[in-house]
Write a protein that binds this ligand. Structure first.
Ligand SMILES: Cc1ncc(COP(=O)(O)O)c(C=O)c1O
Length: 384
């Protein structure tokens, strides 16, 4: 398997067998440079260079890059400080009423559903979560929860704990048949799994920067389908929400007609520039290529885990899998294994009752071998 990145682009990648991107990525060096250049310029020049015009146009590059990543238009993209923040603003904007329901999964990352649950406590709608059996949610079970009262289906297209990948186009069709919106949290897919909002019919999508996009903390993006842009009243508003942000009058707010209406305040702007650099870098390599190679790394891992009698919990169907691999080791606590691995510079996470491995483009087959060797060492030490 050929490397697809220059190891110098990810300085930390040779220091450990880093199999933890589903938690936090190794940041791309170019993203770090763009982020810190902005802070340095602010330190040295203040608004002499970061003037009002610069602040107003600061997200333009990210609008373009994220639009390319999702097959959308720059006007469909909004920038915020975190995926949770953007989703919370969206949930308050949609604010389904007391007769409605919102559908998700019980194993979703809490941030994907908490914003809806919070709005539900105010407006009274029902939150319905599809059950998981042994870590797997049957898409048919999920679809069965959707009915004529469903306002929103909100899922993470890749489940954070098992890597289960949903057929987003199928879910969009099921939601739309009942007049519901499909909202996707792509924090565990953007940068690693091809996303095409135009082809899949997603209504809104958010993505964090610091996982598979290899960007910094402090920034996230929202895609909003054109049919929603003129309609929604964002849950979070501030001076930037007005369509001319420097026309500072407190007695009214008129939103932009684009997704930009969800941009409401200042933020650590350098992070947006860092994420732009990261997305451009990943697009240069190709998301399809990254996706396929990551899954080949996962194949090596799954083979080795099976040889060691581990139970692989992640889906095996090619259409439902990603490079996130969750496994159980009979009689062993995943937290203890993770601790042992980490002391040997093999970085993974214990999530729920599984050990989660999440290789990305900077990993090589020898990282997988190291992880498997250290699991053997752990098993031997337990047996002693
Ligand atoms: C699916 C999913 N959504 C959202 C988040 C958190 O995103 P943020 O920190 O940008 O709010 C995570 C973090 O693990 C996640 O896995």
């Amino acid at each position: 398997m050929e490397p697809i990145v220059d190891a110098g682009d990810f300085p930390a990648s040779r220091k450990s067998a880093y199999l933890n991107t589903a938690s936090v990525c190794l940041m791309y060096r170019g993203a770090e440079a763009s982020t810190t250049d902005w802070f340095k310029d602010l330190t040295e020049n203040g608004t002499l260079t970061f003037d009002e015009a610069a602040e107003e146009s600061v997200f333009e590059g990210l609008h373009v890059a994220a639009a390319r990543l999702f097959n959308a238009r720059p006007d469909d993209i909004s920038v915020g400080s975190s995926a949770t923040e953007l989703l919370a603003s969206l949930a308050w904007a949609v604010a389904p009423g007391p007769e409605a329901n919102v559908v998700g999964t019980e194993i979703t990352f809490p941030s994907t559903i908490y914003p809806w649950a919070r709005v539900a406590r105010s407006t009274g709608f029902e939150v319905r979560l599809a059950e998981a059996r042994n870590g797997y949610v049957s898409p048919d079970d999920l679809i069965r929860l959707i009915d004529s009262n469903t306002a929103v289906v909100c899922i993470s297209d890749v489940e954070y704990s098992t890597g289960q990948l949903y057929d987003v186009a199928k879910l969009a069709e099921a939601a739309h048949k009942h007049g519901a919106l499909l909202v996707v949290d792509a924090s565990q897919s953007a940068g690693a799994v091809p996303i095409d909002v135009a082809a899949s019919g997603v209504d809104a999508l958010v993505a964090a920067s610091y996982k598979w996009l290899c960007g910094p903390f402090g920034v996230a993006v929202l895609y909003l389908a054109p049919h929603l842009q003129g309609k929604l009243d964002p849950g979070l508003v501030g001076f930037r929400s007005h369509r001319e942000m420097w026309n500072l009058k407190a007695d009214r707010v008129e939103y932009a007609e684009t997704a930009r209406r969800f941009e409401f305040s200042t933020m650590a702007y350098g992070c947006a520039l860092g994420l732009t650099a990261a997305i451009e870098y990943l697009l240069g390599i190709g998301i399809d290529r990254i996706f396929e190679r990551n899954k080949r790394l996962a194949d090596l891992l799954i083979e080795g885990l099976r040889e060691r009698n581990a139970e692989v919990v992640s889906p095996q169907d090619e259409k439902e899998r990603t490079s996130i691999v969750a496994a159980r080791f009979p009689g062993a606590d995943p937290k203890e294994i993770a601790r042992h691995l980490s002391s040997r510079q093999v970085v993974v996470s214990a999530r729920r009752d599984v050990l989660r491995f999440s290789p990305h483009l900077y990993n090589e087959p020898d990282d997988i071998e190291r992880a498997l060797d250290e699991i053997d060492r752990f098993v031997r030490s337990e047996a002693d």
